[in-house]
Structures are given as C-alpha cells and as structure tokens.
Design a binder for this molecule. Structure first.
Ligand SMILES: [Zn+2]
Length: 449
C-alpha cells in the first residue's frame, strides 16, 4: 500500500466522523422546546405536540366549567431550542397553570385608568351605575332638564379577556360602588334649637341644611330630631348638571321727584309700582346632591315692571354715584322682591317676606320712621337684626346687619342710623333685608318706602 492511498482513507473516515458528530450534536440541540409567553421564555418542554394538546384540553375543560369560551391572554409561542436541563419541566400541566394566562370574554371596570374588577354582563354593570347615580336626582324639580349625570372620576367599562379571579360577585361590586369615604355627620336637635341656629353653628347656609334634610319641615323641628349637618363623602362622586327655568317677579324701580312744597321727610306716592314677570333660566351643577354652582344663563322678561313715582321733600337724598336711596339704606338695587319665589333646584316655592336691597358692606341702615327698638341682636336666619315698633301695629325689621348701634327699649328718630349692612345669618351677599309688618303679618315693603 502506498502512503498516498492510506492518507486518503484516513481523510474519508475523519470527514464521516465530523458528519456523525454534527448530526448528533444537532439532534441534542433541538431536543427541547421553549415556551414563550408575550416574548418572555417561561419554561422548556420535551414535546411540542404534547404541550399544545395539553393546552387545548385545559382550555376546553375551563370552557366547560365556566360556560364561556376560554382563550389565551397574550401571545404563546413554542420555539425549538437547545436543551437546558435546569429549565426543563416534565409536568406540562404545571407549565400551563403557572405561566399561561387564560381568560374568558368580559369587561373590566376601570376607575382613573386602574382596573378594579371585571364582570361578564356589561349591561347589568351599566344598570348598576345608573341606579347609583340616580340617587342624586331625587329632590330635583321635576320640570328641570337634567343635562348630564356623570362620575367625577373617569369610569370605563372596557371589553377584555379576563381571568376568572378578576370577576366579582354583584354583591361585592355593589358594596364597593356604594362605599363611603366618610360617614355623614348627624346631630340631635336640642331644646330651643331651630334650623337657623343649627346652620349657623355648623357654618353652613340654611339652604344647604334643608337640602341635606329634605324630609324635615323647617317650621317643625323638635328636640331629639336628627339632622345631617355634613353629608357623607362617597367613593364615587356624581356630578349632575341641569337647567331650570323659573318664573320670577321683576322688582319695580322707584323714581323720586323732589318737591319743595313738601316737608323734609314727607313723601307722596304719585303712582304705585307694579312688579313685572320674567322667566329666568339657571345653569346648575351639583356634586353628590348638593349645589356647587348656579348661574343665570338667560332672562326673558314677559312683563316689564311699572316704575313707582314718589314725590319727596327737598331734604331727601335721591341718588348718588350709582347708589339709590331707599330711605332705609343707600343701595345698588333690589336683589329680591317681596312675595313668592321658587327654588331653582328643588322647584319648591317659599315666601320672601321682605325686600332684599343689595348694598355695600358697612353701609348705614336707617330707621324707617320714629319708633322704639323691640329687638336688637342675633335672630337665626336673619343674622343680626333690629325690630322697631312705630305704633299703630306697624313694625319694621332690618336683617343681616354687620353692626347694631341701638339697644332694646331705645327710641329712634326717622332716618336715624341704627346699624350697618352685612351678610350675617342666611344670606348669600351683603344686603339689607327690610321687612314691614302690620299687626304681625308681613306687607310689601314697597308700599311703605
Ligand atoms: Zn330677604
């Protein structure tokens, strides 16, 4: 045998060997399959088909149990891979249960982007939310147009594949929706209490107190009765916007004409005033059943008021710098007349027994005529108030004062300064509430000014 020939044989054996080794190396390299969930390797399995079959069986079984089709959440891949004994899992079901997320079609309830729970029945969930919101519609005037009923929080019901554990029972959902972050504060009525005193004690308006206690008759509050003075704070805040058109009187103006022939404080009504009529449309927003904003968006005058004309003595000041002399106060305008008015939210009618004259805080309040002070002090909703008896059953009242300059029993002269305008008691701004009573019953103050 020649040397050359031997070398050739050796070469052939070597290349065969390389081929065999490569083949076996390759075989061992694909002896595993990597399970990849959403791009993340979770475990290795030996058989691809075995895994896929087990997964299908598991889905079918869950599907039967729940009665809904079961699908994988996320993307599941089975990739050929080099065996890594550390990561090889022989129990395929364990891989499925541990790493593969399965879900059924449902809806996630999300608040401000965060998922709280899931439901299967979207309509039932929507109905539950509507029911919850509707509790804040009670007590609103039935003629009002409800424009929106929304959650303050961003609430979404989003279609998704959900895991059985995410799905809550309705009882539990209801409990969460109706949860209160703070309970209401309830107080018991004491002897000698009235709504005005209670409202003042808890630093709230009378309107607010009445809205918090819709079943209470303000005239009939007895010791032992329980009143809500601070509403509960719900987990889910509801904002209701509405529009309501209220028929309101238009107060008439008074024109004073100087007359030299009259005495200093003498006045003669030449022409009586007549109130007009108007429809006022309010845009109202309420948070959890309480007024948060109220704006007038439209005023439609149906009947113009008729100006009252009065002849006055020369010493009477008529008007000065946008202010008008109403005798008892220098004011800007009459903000509310005498008589019936309707609450823009509740639609309830109540009687306003005086004249509200908007005036600067601290402006003097003057006695209507000479008389004797019969009350001077705090008078509930009136705030600081003065009563003056003028004889012949005539009494005048000056309410919401910031300051009182007179004492009970004191005699006052016509036009004497008795106090200063304020906003005490049940008042929404600086004004004088001027009231006239004849033998105990109220009269339209316009007929006396
Ligand atoms: Zn008033």
């Amino acid at each position: 045998m020649g040397r050359k020939y031997r070398n050739r044989r050796l070469m052939a054996v070597a290349s065969m060997l390389v081929m065999v080794i490569t083949f076996f190396w390759y075989q061992s390299a694909v002896q595993a399959y990597e399970i990849v969930v959403d791009g993340k390797p979770v475990a290795q399995v030996k058989e691809r088909e075995e895994f896929l079959t087990a997964l299908e069986e598991y889905k079918e079984q869950l599907s039967k149990q729940s009665g809904y089709p079961v699908k994988e959440i996320g993307k599941i891949e089975v990739r050929e891979s080099k065996l890594d004994k550390q990561r090889l899992e022989n129990d395929i079901n364990k891989v499925i249960v541990k790493s593969v997320k399965l879900g059924t079609p449902g809806y996630r309830f999300k608040v401000d982007g965060k998922s709280l729970f899931a439901v299967r029945d979207k309509e039932k969930m929507e109905q539950l939310l509507e029911e919850y919101k509707s509790q804040y519609l009670t007590g609103i005037d039935e003629n009002a147009e409800i424009k929106s009923t929304d959650f303050k929080q961003k609430v979404e019901i989003e279609e998704a594949l959900v895991r059985p554990a995410e799905i809550w029972q309705w009882d539990r959902i209801k409990e969460l929706i109706y949860e209160k972050e703070r309970e209401a504060r309830i107080v018991e009525v004491d002897k000698g209490d009235n709504l005005w005193l209670i409202a003042r004690r808890y630093d709230m308006g009378l309107d607010e107190l009445e809205m918090l206690n819709p079943d209470i008759d303000p005239e009939k509050v007895f010791p032992g009765d329980k009143l809500v003075v601070k509403p509960f704070d719900p987990k889910f805040d509801v904002v209701v916007t509405l529009e309501n058109t209220i028929s309101e009187p238009v107060p008439f103006e008074t024109e004073y004409r100087k007359d030299d022939s009259l005495y200093r404080r003498q006045k003669i009504v030449v022409k009586p005033g007549v109130e007009g009529k108007q429809n006022v449309t309010y845009d109202i927003a309420m948070l959890n059943g309480l007024e948060s904003t109220m704006n007038v968006v439209n005023t439609q005058v149906l009947e113009e008021p008729v100006t009252r004309i009065v002849r006055v003595g020369t010493k009477q000041t008529v008007s000065r710098g946008g202010q008008r002399n109403y005798g008892v106060v220098q004011g800007r305008r009459v903000s509310s007349g005498y008589g019936w008015r309707t609450h823009p939210i509740t639609g309830r009618r109540s009687f306003h027994d005086g004249l509200d004259i908007a005036a600067r805080y601290g402006t003097g309040a003057f006695a209507y005529a000479e008389g004797k002070v019969t009350f001077a002090g705090w008078g509930g909703g009136y705030g600081r108030v003065i009563y003056i008896d003028h004889g012949n059953g005539l009494q005048t009242r000056y309410a919401h004062l910031s300051k009182i300059n007179v004492r009970v029993g004191e005699r006052v002269d016509t036009g004497e300064k008795i106090g200063a305008v304020g906003s005490t008691g049940n008042s929404t701004g600086s004004h004088l509430h001027f009231e006239v009573r004849q033998n105990g019953s109220t009269r339209n103050p316009w007929n006396y000014l």
